[in-house]
Design a protein around this ligand. Sequence first.
Ligand SMILES: *[C@@H]1O[C@H](CO)[C@@H](O)[C@H](O)[C@H]1NC(C)=O
Ligand SMILES: *[C@@H]1O[C@H](CO)[C@@H](O)[C@H](O)[C@H]1NC(C)=O
Ligand SMILES: *[C@@H]1O[C@H](CO)[C@@H](O)[C@H](O)[C@H]1NC(C)=O
Length: 298
Amino acid sequence: MKLSSVAALTAGLPSAAAWGGFGHITVAYIASNFVSSETATFFQGLLHNNTEDYLAGIATWADSVRYTKWGRFSANFHFIDAKDDPPRSCGIDLARDCKADGCVVTAIHNYTTRLLDASLPASERAIAAKFVVHFVGDTHQPLHNEDVARGGNGINVKWNGVDFNLHHVWDSSIAEKLVGGVRRQPYAEARRWADSLTAEINAGKFNASRLDWLQGVNLEDPTGTALAWATEGNAYVCTTVLPEGPEAIRGQELGSDYYEAAAPVVELQVAKAGYRLAAWLDLIAARIKSQQSVMGDL
Ligand SMILES: *[C@@H]1O[C@H](CO)[C@@H](O)[C@H](O)[C@H]1NC(C)=O
Ligand SMILES: *[C@@H]1O[C@H](CO)[C@@H](O)[C@H](O)[C@H]1NC(C)=O
Ligand SMILES: *[C@@H]1O[C@H](CO)[C@@H](O)[C@H](O)[C@H]1NC(C)=O
């Protein structure tokens, strides 16, 4: 399905489309820059792809199935609708905000557990890997952690004079403007952006904070880990997405001053998501390896 038809479809649906494909692909490339070589080998095997694009190539799969008959069950797993009150107060209450069939926090828990479950067939574990890669990206997009106007889908704004909804601006427009446009080659553009953010993490403006980004990351507590990521993303709704509330932004042009304030947050959240995804996949692969060595000892 073309991106434009996905956008058209989601315009009328109760919740958010995902971080645009470009954001997800960039997050995946950053993660593949940081995972250990053993982690890369494990996931290349599970995903049957031994190229360096093994994560990038599956990063948007979850969006491609959510509107299909098979994948409909996963539609609510891409977000959590925080019923907070931005900009006065932000915050997530898992019991209040997660829908009965799940949300992005419980989905990260569920699919992490399924990835680790050696009793499941490899095909199910590959599906779990695809969901984990996607949902770690989603939870870093502020509006995937917000209920107001269906995660901003119901707030119409202008972007360089053209009508868009606020959710789309945060999923796609800001990141695409940041890199100067991605229409022609999204994978090549994402790779380039991922490599430049990787350099910032290794030796640039994000070097000092990268260890902080991994605080609280705990494979024994996937729900707590994902809830912390979602809570952090949600906090940007009060400070940066809706600093003067939802009504102040309706119909406004967001391509200049608003963009200047939002772009650093998008960049930071994409960098964090990729770095944390790498750490998460490393923990998962190491756990699986230790399970296998225990089995080997029997
Ligand atoms: C690996 O993934 C990339 C990106 O989706 C794709 O272009 C390539 O054909 C895949 N390679 C294999 C061996 O499946
Ligand atoms: C866990 O994953 C299974 C398999 O995709 C799915 O059927 C189930 O609804 C998921 N549960 C939650 C809480 O995410
Ligand atoms: C990056 O940060 C580490 C501490 O986390 C420090 O030891 C190192 O010198 C820094 N490197 C660069 C290039 O800034």
